[in-house]
Design a protein around this ligand. Structure first.
Ligand code: C2E
Ligand code: CA
Ligand code: CA
Length: 581
């Protein structure tokens, strides 16, 4: 560094004064003013040579930025780590391009000047010119290193490393400046995985670029907007004075996403979950702010997505609960805390029970009943889902096979497969084994998978589907309408039944029958049966009957019940009389 940048410029600007202390190490020294040394006690920290060489291009660019910024002489203004301030009382000008934290290292690019301002400016001008020359020489190297170190290759946005550096600067400012506040917003695109699964990674990447540039419009120029990775973005909202600034930004983000995106000729409607943490709560460390924004975003996801949530300390309790569930779930299977519940699937025309959907239940010894909506995602993350799905499959088939003696009707059981279970190499073998062990006829087992699982990695999923079909079991598409499958695509697959998601059934009234009607009609044209999920009212049942839907399940008929109650329902033959309608 001392060789590449002319010594007189370094000396004049007192920027990054390095002294070799060892063959591989430099020490930062220099006659720094006392005010500076108090602010940055780490000033004499050693940095080693390979590290400096690695980051040289970035340091040089930073220097040019600093020189330009100082030249504009915007007194009292901060800009990404640079500072220019006039102390009229002492007739001093302080210029600073503050400490850079790169990884665990700190490097200082500094100038503090007292007195002759004009002379200083001409020095800066010189420094700038020669730095530019220097950069020109190193341009190639500089560009690639800069890019890979600080920018996200896909979207061109700053990356996490860059964001963390800026966060450290901003946090420093928050600590030393009274009444200065900022906020962090973590933005996570909802259900992005199913877009990747449905359209492929390449299309998913394309979409991420569009999302990135749309979201960037929602923040001000001097805020920092970066991609954390995957479908997660982060904003640093600089210099805010009330709570509402972050909420307004979150509002702009959700409004910006309302306009549909176009991907592979289709319109996509996206939502995002946003977690917000702000310095209005007292913070000692920047990491804690990040942690809290993360907690807030998972909270937002947990309460049903398309939400923004400002962190408050009670959320820690929820994070702790999730951790506890994760630990306890490992035990739950061995300790027989899991149980199968059954929800009747009825023939709409005459209310006969034609089958049951098997739904897992967890009776936690301390917390009571825990919803699968809460623990299935944990099981998927930890891999416990394999054991759970396998156990559910066997247990459900075994029970149904026993119940055949209570009814002459053909009785089927529907079992849910998670994406992970479906992707297992031996899934077909597992199904065959359960069929053998329990003696259930294959046509009495329905396997439920969601739309998005089919479009993952395309061919292997389709192969699995055909192999499953060959064993003779039935296949249902669960939660139909919430993914991105078209019926035409499903037509090519050996699917027997579509289960219309309950969100569609819920909206159904005289004015909103069209969507459900067209799903039912198309499914029938393609030779599939339709099961309506979440039927809660007699009015919905009537509409569905009129639209030609054959099967339904929902609270109108029965909630999921334990095995014993299920047998009682079966013995009553019909759902009739159990509920009034
Ligand atoms: P799902 O497959 O869509 O299951 C239907 C869910 O809707 C069940 O919730 C059921 O209790 C609920 N439901 C049924 N009728 C009504 C109604 O009329 N109104 C309302 N509001 N809700 C109704 P549950 O049992 O909490 O299960 C939630 C989800 O957990 C399931 O959604 C499924 O995705 C997953 N799940 C449950 N058991 C298993 C399992 O054994 N393996 C896997 N992989 N996932 C499971
Ligand atoms: Ca299901
Ligand atoms: Ca469902």
């Amino acid at each position: 560094m001392t060789e590449s940048l002319p010594a007189h410029i370094l000396a004049a600007l007192e920027i990054l004064i390095l002294e070799r202390t060892d063959i591989n190490a430099f020490k930062i020294v220099g006659a720094l003013p006392t005010w500076f040394a108090t602010l940055y006690p780490q000033v004499s920290q050693s940095v080693d040579r390979p590290w400096i060489e690695e980051h040289l291009p970035f340091l040089a660019n930073f220097l040019v930025d600093a020189a330009e910024f100082w030249q504009q002489n915007q007194s009292g203004i901060y800009k990404s780590g640079m500072w220019c301030e006039t102390d009229h009382r002492r007739q001093e000008i302080h210029l600073e391009a503050s400490a850079l934290s790169l990884g665990c290292k700190k490097v200082l690019l500094v100038k503090a000047s007292e007195g002759d301002y004009i002379e200083l400016l001409s020095f800066i001008q010189k420094a700038r010119d020669s730095t530019l020359d220097f950069i020109e020489e190193r341009k190639q190297a500089s560009e690639s290193i800069l890019k890979t170190t600080f920018y996200d290759a896909l979207t061109g946005l700053p990356n996490q490393t860059y964001f963390l550096i800026q966060l450290a600067h901003t946090f420093e400012r928050y600590r030393r400046k009274e009444a200065y506040h900022f906020a962090i917003l973590i933005i996570n695109i909802d259900r992005f995985q199913s877009i990747n699964d449905s359209f492929g990674r390449l299309a998913g990447d394309q979409l991420l670029i569009s999302i990135a540039w749309r979201l960037k419009k929602c923040v001000r120029d001097f805020d920092i907007f970066a991609r954390l990775g995957g479908d997660e973005f982060i904003v640093l909202l600089d210099d805010i004075d009330t709570n509402s600034a972050a909420l307004l930004a979150a509002n702009r983000i959700s409004a910006e996403l309302k306009t549909p995106f176009r991907l592979s000729g289709q319109e996509l409607f996206l939502t995002a979950s946003v977690g917000i943490a702000q310095t209005f709560l007292d913070y000692d460390r920047a990491e804690d702010l990040l942690r809290d924004a993360n907690t807030a975003v998972s909270y937002a996801k947990g309460i049903g997505r398309a939400n923004y949530v400002v962190f408050d300390p009670t959320m820690h309790a929820r994070a702790v609960r999730l951790l506890q569930l994760e630990n306890d779930l490992k035990r739950a299977l061995q300790e027989q805390e899991l149980n199968v519940f059954f929800q009747p699937i009825v023939c709409l025309a005459d209310q006969r029970i034609i089958g049951f959907e098997a739904l897992v239940r967890w009776m936690h010894p301390k917390l009571g009943l825990v919803s699968p909506l809460e623990f299935i995602p944990i099981a998927e993350e930890t891999g416990l889902i394999y054991a759970i799905d396998r156990w559910m499959l066997k247990e459900a088939c075994f029970r149904i096979q026993q119940w055949r003696k209570f009814t002459e009707e053909p009785l089927s059981v529907s079992v849910n497969f998670s994406a992970k279970q479906f992707d297992q190499a031996d899934v077909v073998f597992q199904v065959q084994q359960v069929l053998r062990e329990t003696g259930i006829a294959p046509q009495h087992l329905m396997i439920e998978i969601t739309e998005s699982m089919l479009f993952s990695k395309a061919q292997s999923a389709v192969d699995t589907l055909y192999q499953l079909k060959q064993t003779g079991v039935g296949l249902s598409i669960d939660d139909f309408g919430t993914g991105y499958a078209s019926l035409q695509y499903l037509q090519q697959l050996p699917v027997d039944t579509l289960k219309i998601d309950r969100s569609f059934i819920k909206q159904m009234d005289v004015d909103h029958l069209d969507l459900v009607r067209s799903i039912i009609e198309l499914a029938h044209d393609l030779g599939m049966k339709v099961t309506a999920e979440g039927v809660e009212t007699a009015v919905q049942r009537r509409f569905l009957l009129d639209l030609g839907c054959q099967e339904a399940q929902g609270h109108l008929f029965s909630e999921p019940v334990d095995g014993q109650v299920a047998v009682e329902l079966l013995q009553a033959k019909k759902m009739n009389g159990l509920k009034d309608w």
